[in-house]
Ligand binder design. Structure first.
Ligand code: PNS
Length: 163
């Protein structure tokens, strides 16, 4: 069974993430979306909220599983018997950091490969941070995040104090 892991903060999941999830789920027998706990970044959405949003938007993808992890990604991959890390690449600016992480992960476990998927051109500009900024300032989130979670995100942003 070919298992891939798509790791990230998903704070919150965007249409750019979903595009990568759908495409990767067609290539592998199982795709685990692994949400990072204890990142140096302080997430706006709690772990439960991020998982809930991911579950909502992937409910029709039978081979996609949502999980969380902490510590080293390669350790988590070993536990799950997964050999491929999926990463979405948007622009040149993503490349240097992603390249460094891919090399480090490969150094930590040479049996694990990172597979980069180019984000669809219509989502090149998207990130969780920019979605939160637009939402917080009252902008429309349509086409930025899946329709079924727009309401949840707006409610959360309002609770955290908009402008
Ligand atoms: O969505 P993000 O915040 O860009 O995701 C970053 C993530 C979770 C992929 C990255 O921070 C990660 O893999 N963290 C786990 C810690 C780890 O294994 N570090 C060593 C490899 S560089």
């Amino acid at each position: 069974m070919k298992i891939a892991v798509y790791p990230g903060s998903f704070d919150p999941v965007t249409n750019g993430h979903l595009d990568v999830i759908v495409r990767a789920s067609k290539i592998f027998d199982k795709l685990i979306i692994a949400v990072l706990q204890n990142s140096s970044k302080t997430p706006m959405f709690t772990m439960d909220e991020r998982i809930e949003l991911l579950k909502k938007v992937t409910k029709n993808l039978d081979n996609v599983e949502i999980d969380c992890f902490h510590g080293l990604l390669v350790k988590y991959m070993e536990e799950k018997n997964a050999k491929v890390i999926i990463k979405g690449l948007r622009a040149v600016s993503d490349f240097e950091y992603e390249f460094q992480m891919a090399l480090m992960n490969n150094k930590l476990n040479p049996n694990i490969e990172t597979l980069f998927m180019m984000t669809s051109s219509k989502y090149q500009y998207l990130s969780s941070s920019i979605v939160k900024e637009v939402g917080r300032l009252g902008g429309c989130l349509k086409e930025l995040v899946p329709d079924e979670i727009i309401h949840d995100i707006v409610i959360k942003l309002r609770k955290n104090g908009g402008e």
